[in-house]
Design a protein around this ligand. Structure first.
Ligand code: FO1
Length: 311
């Protein structure tokens, strides 16, 4: 089966890993959010591309989900002693990724080309694509601090400021990266990974042409919200601050016109009827991914769900 997954953040990377490791899928493309990307110390840092690639390569930090496992922090600690900004904890091995990506970009390679080059070095055998090769930084408009660059909002201020809206800067001028629309068109199924709808999947869908391409395909989502909360990150807090009660139902409604089905957790069993009445088929299951077998199980449940719906 040919699958294209849209992913961002740690939860999205884990489900993408389950799809990647499943023998049911012989052709996987992962389209990754670039809204978190930023320049730091002159380095181009792409957190969601790195989180997906490190996770697929089996070298992600198992505790945080981002950065590399068994990394050291000599550089950032030394930098702190020099009085430099150390709020964004870069590991020593992780810095090598940012240095090589920046070097390749400066040599006028596209981000998608650089991602393919790095993926090969990490032994990744599926296609990992940035949503666009053009920078489309997410700006978070907040009550207390006005407009914040994404990493300032997410890391420096630990996503405490109250959100007003999200701006995907220059999205209207951006192009899907080469291969993105082709991957979507060629797929039997599109999977919306359990990522933050506001700042991981919406920035992908905001790139001109991507939402349209997805809208003519079969789409199954996995809710990132379980029992009104997220496993990690600010998605539930964002829903609340935007005046929407956080729930799997709110996630289904967020993507309403695009979804054929959605996997929700047992904790949200009571929402299945309302989701079904929206015209979206619910599958109630265990959506926690505690370890790699869980990632594969959940990924395969989504595939089986789609196959059952096919008839
Ligand atoms: N997230 C944090 O909460 N604190 C950090 O210090 C931090 C450092 C970091 C370094 C490299 C990287 O690729 C990601 C990093 N992240 C950190 C996560 C980053 O903020 C991502 O954007 C989030 O995971 C949301 O996708």
């Amino acid at each position: 089966m040919r699958v294209t997954a849209l992913a961002g953040g740690v939860g999205g990377a884990k489900l993408a890993d389950g799809l990647y490791r499943s023998p049911m899928i012989n052709d996987l493309a992962v389209i990754v959010n670039i809204g978190d990307d930023f320049e730091h110390f002159g380095l181009t840092i792409c957190p969601d591309l790195d989180t997906v690639c490190y996770t697929l390569a089996g070298i992600a930090n198992p505790d945080t989900g981002w950065g590399q496992s068994e990394d050291t922090y000599a550089v950032i600690k030394t930098l702190e002693r020099l009085g430099g900004p150390s709020w964004f904890k870069l590991g020593d091995k992780d810095i090598a990724t940012h240095m090589e990506r920046t070097r390749l970009l400066r040599a006028r390679n596209r981000l998608s080309t650089v991602t393919a080059m790095l993926s090969r070095k990490w032994g990744i055998e599926c296609c990992v694509l940035p949503a666009s090769d053009d920078p489309v930084p997410t700006i978070v408009s907040t009550v207390e601090m006005g407009s914040l660059a994404f990493q300032e909002y997410f890391v420096k201020y630990q996503y405490q400021p109250q959100v007003v809206e999200f701006i995907f800067k220059n999205a209207s001028k951006a192009q899907p990266a080469p291969g993105v629309l082709e991957a979507i068109e060629a797929s039997d199924l599109i999977i919306f990974c359990p990522s933050n709808p506001w700042v991981s999947l919406d920035p992908i869908l905001a790139i001109p042409g991507i939402r349209e391409a997805v809208s003519s395909k079969r789409v199954i989502a996995i809710s990132p919200i379980i029992g009104g909360k997220t496993v990690k990150g600010p998605a539930a807090k964002m829903f609340k601050e935007l005046g929407i009660y956080p729930s799997a139902l709110a996630v289904a409604d967020h993507y309403r016109s695009l979804l054929e089905g959605i996997l929700i957790d047992h904790a949200d069993d009571a929402l299945a009827g309302a989701i079904d009445r929206m015209g979206i088929k619910p599958l109630v299951t265990d959506t926690f991914m505690r370890h790699i077998p869980d990632r594969i199980r959940l990924a395969e449940e989504a595939i089986h769900f789609a196959k059952r719906n096919e008839q």
